[in-house]
Design a protein around this ligand. Structure first.
Ligand SMILES: [Zn+2]
Length: 330
């Protein structure tokens, strides 16, 4: 069997999904790849973790998994007609249009936005701007407010543009100054980026801005690989039927995420665990608040996903590689 089997299977699937506008391949139907799935699920539980990077060869299922996250995320209230998906219950973070509305804002239940940045998208499409009638057209960084921006093959993007997107994501707000006029809007989103090392390097400083980064390896087990082909084929035959067959498991994960999100809000990191985080960060020369906070948020998510409010040192041990792996040179 070809070593490039995964590549053929999943790369092809990306094209298929785009062409057919099919529902995403369910994340629960991805064979193996436990670390990748866990990373995405932890993030779904606690988006405070920050931005994540999935590293691995082409067609291994990185973008497929990220897209699949959408359908197990909680449903949220969104203001009708708002370009930035404002939350009707969070007045403080409303966009200017919502703030200046004289009428009561109506809302509707919506999936959390998960938008995919096309390779080669223009700066205007990414950051937004005014059209010829001086009407502000939000870019991806606005339209994805409160959601996820999927950036496939991030190492092929102009590093300055990637840095700007990271800046906006970290600030949670987009303040744009341009010749055609200034504007500001909420931009509270997280990035799921992917990269294939064969495409080239990514600047180390840029990579370190991702809270978690993982290396994904192709599955070698023959039986698992056959199962991958079988499932992808079934999905291609009828994406809707395939999703329906996985519905119960997706709903179970969805419910677990909602419960875990609630636990994260109610839990705290005990002193013993804070000390452990300090210690491990110091030992690995990563003694800064940014890294320590990522470790803390990921440990909180790990405990909550395990249905606990109490965070332990074992939680830190379980997530340490996800947060620290890409910061330590081998
Ligand atoms: Zn709004």
């Amino acid at each position: 069997m070809s070593d490039d089997l995964d590549e053929i299977v999943f790369a092809d699937l990306s094209k298929f999904q785009k062409k057919k506008e099919a529902p995403p391949f369910p994340i629960v139907a991805i064979v193996g790849q436990q670390v990748m799935k866990k990373t995405l699920l932890l993030h779904a539980v606690n988006p405070e973790i920050g931005n994540i990077m999935l590293v691995g060869e082409a067609g291994i299922g990185k973008s497929t998994a990220a897209r699949g996250l959408r359908d197990i995320l909680p449903i949220v209230d969104v203001v009708i007609g708002c370009s930035y998906n404002c939350n009707p219950h969070d007045k403080q973070n409303w966009c200017n249009e919502c703030k200046s509305s004289v009428e009561d804002l109506d809302a509707y239940p919506s999936t959390i936005p998960l938008l995919e940045l096309p390779i080669g998208a223009s700066e205007k499409r990414i950051f937004g701007g005014f059209d010829h009638k001086s009407v502000l057209k939000p870019g991806f960084v606005g339209k994805v407010n409160r959601g996820y921006l999927l950036i496939p093959r991030a190492n092929l993007i102009d590093p300055d543009i990637l840095t700007r997107i990271l800046d906006i994501s970290e600030a949670g707000i987009h303040k744009n100054k341009s010749k055609s006029g200034d504007f500001v809007h909420p931009a509270n989103f997280n990035i799921i980026a992917t990269m294939n090392p064969e495409d080239g390097e990514l600047d180390e400083e840029v990579l370190e801005r991702f809270s978690m980064a993982i290396n994904i390896k192709a599955i070698k087990d023959i039986e698992e690989r056959i199962e991958i082909v079988r499932r992808v084929e079934a999905y291609r035959q009828s994406p809707e039927d395939f999703v329906r067959k996985n519905r119960r498991e997706m709903e179970a994960f969805g419910a677990r995420i909602i419960r875990a999100r609630d636990l994260v809000k109610r839990s705290d990191v005990p002193e013993k665990v804070v000390t452990a985080i300090d210690k491990v960060s110091k030992e690995l020369n990563q003694d800064n608040d940014w890294v320590k906070d990522a470790l803390k948020q990921a440990a909180l998510a790990n405990a909550a996903f395990d249905d606990r409010v109490w965070v332990t040192v074992d939680d830190v041990a379980e997530i340490a590689e996800l947060v620290l792996g890409h910061r330590i040179s081998e």
